[in-house]
Unconditional design. Structure first.
Length: 371
C-alpha cells in the first residue's frame, strides 16, 4: 500500500501558493484494509475515506469509463492493481495530474510541471471530452491563474460545446463552477474562455448576448475585474455581471441556474437601478429618497452597500456620485422613526412623517455639501 498526494495541492505547492486542502490517492489497498487501519469510508460512487486524525480525503486509485451522456455517466473501477499512472491518466489537465510521494518525489507522467512553468492549460487525454464539467473548470483555472489554453485543448472544448455535451450539465453544477470562477482574480477570463469555445451560449445565453455589442461586453468584463480587485462579495460580482442585462433576462438566468436568493435579488436590483445610481449626481433629494425606498436601503443597509459596489464597479469617475448617495443615506437613516411613530395616529401618518423627515435630512446634507 502506497500513498501519494495528488492534484491541486501538488500544483499549488509547485506554484508557491498556499494549499487549502490536500487529496491523496492510495495504491495497492482494498476498502477492507483502509477500514482496518482506522479510515472512515465516505464515498458512495467510489471508495473515499477520511483519515482518522486529519480527516483529509484518501481515495483508492481508480480508473473510469464513460457509460452515458453528461458528467454522471461514468463507471468507476477501484482495485489494488490500479496503478498511480492509471489514476493520473483519468484527470482533466496536466497541471492537475501531478503526484508527490511520501519522500517528496514528484511523479509527473504527463509533463504537468512543464505546463505549470509555461503557464499552459492542457488536457491529459482525449477522455477529457467525456466530462462537460471540464469545460467550466478550464475556464475557471484560466480566471485563477491567467494561463493560456493549449490550442488542442481549446479545439476539443469547441467540439464538446458544438456536439451538445454541455447541455447535459445540471444547473446546480453550472452555478457552482460559475460562482467559483466569479471569485477568482480575473473573472472576466472565465466568460471569455466560455465564449471562445462556444459554451457560454449553451449555459448562459443571456450573458453571451452581451457580445452582440463588443464595446458593451468589454465594459462589462472590465467592471467585473474591477469588482474582483475591490474584493467584492459573490452577490456583488454576480450583480456586476447582471448589470447590463434586462431584469427579465436576469430572472431567466437566475431561475435556470437556480442561483441563490441573495445573488439573484442583488442582480435584479442592479439590472433595474445601477444606471440610476451612476447618475446620482443629477438626482434631486426627492428622487434619491424614492430610490432608497425602492431598494429598501433602510432595512437592508448591507445589501444596499453591495448594490453600490456593483453599480460603481469599473466607474472611478463616478466616485463623487457614490459619495453623494452614501452621505444622503447616512443622513436619512439617522432619522428617529420611532419618535415619529409615537406622535402619529395612523400607519399612513407614520409613513408620511418618516418620509418627510428623511427627505428633509437628505436636502440638508446635499445643501451643506453644495450638491
Amino acid at each position: 500500500m502506497k500513498i501519494f498526494c495528488v492534484g491541486g495541492a501538488v500544483r499549488d505547492e509547485l506554484l508557491g501558493l498556499p494549499v487549502k486542502d490536500r487529496d491523496y490517492v492510495v495504491v495497492g489497498a482494498t476498502p477492507e484494509q483502509m477500514v482496518k487501519q482506522g479510515y472512515k469510508p465516505v464515498g458512495r460512487d467510489f471508495p473515499v475515506f477520511l483519515h482518522p486524525q486529519t480527516h483529509e480525503e484518501y481515495a483508492l486509485a481508480r480508473t473510469e469509463r464513460k457509460t452515458a451522456r453528461g458528467y454522471h455517466g461514468f463507471e468507476f473501477h477501484a482495485a489494488p492493481d490500479v496503478t498511480l499512472e492509471q489514476d493520473l491518466a483519468r484527470r482533466d489537465l496536466t497541471i492537475n495530474a501531478i503526484a508527490r510521494d511520501v519522500d517528496g518525489r514528484i511523479i509527473d507522467p504527463h509533463a504537468g510541471t512543464a505546463d505549470l512553468e509555461a503557464g499552459v492549460l492542457r488536457h491529459v487525454s482525449p477522455a477529457f471530452a467525456e466530462d462537460p464539467v471540464r469545460i467550466l473548470r478550464v475556464a475557471r483555472f484560466a480566471a485563477r491563474f491567467g494561463f493560456r489554453i493549449a490550442p488542442e485543448t481549446l479545439q476539443l472544448m469547441r467540439q464538446m460545446a458544438g456536439n451538445g455535451e454541455a447541455d447535459a450539465l445540471v444547473p446546480e453544477r453550472v452555478w457552482q463552477e460559475i460562482a467559483r470562477g466569479l471569485m477568482e482574480a480575473r473573472p472576466s477570463r472565465l466568460f471569455e474562455v466560455l465564449r471562445e469555445c462556444g459554451a457560454l451560449e449553451r449555459v448562459m445565453p443571456e450573458v453571451d448576448a452581451l457580445w452582440d455589442d463588443a464595446d458593451a461586453a468589454q465594459e462589462a468584463m472590465a467592471a467585473l475585474d474591477a469588482a474582483a480587485r475591490a474584493q467584492a462579495t459573490l452577490p456583488a460580482r454576480f450583480a456586476v455581471l447582471a448589470r447590463p442585462l434586462t431584469p427579465l433576462a436576469v430572472e431567466s438566468l437566475a431561475a435556470r441556474l437556480k442561483v441563490p436568493a441573495d445573488c439573484r435579488d442583488l442582480a435584479l436590483l442592479a439590472a433595474r437601478h445601477a444606471y440610476t445610481l451612476l447618475d446620482a449626481a443629477e438626482l434631486d433629494a426627492g428622487s434619491i429618497l424614492e430610490l432608497f425606498n425602492t431598494v429598501d436601503a433602510w432595512r437592508r443597509p448591507e445589501r444596499f452597500a453591495e448594490l453600490l459596489a456593483a453599480a460603481f464597479a469599473g466607474a472611478p469617475d463616478a466616485a463623487p456620485a457614490r459619495a453623494r448617495l452614501e452621505r444622503a443615506r447616512a443622513a436619512a437613516a439617522a432619522v428617529n422613526a420611532g419618535e415619529i411613530a409615537k406622535m402619529a395616529k395612523a400607519a399612513t401618518e407614520i409613513r408620511e412623517g418618516v418620509n418627510a423627515a428623511r427627505l428633509a435630512a437628505i436636502r440638508r446634507v446635499l445643501e451643506e455639501r453644495g450638491s
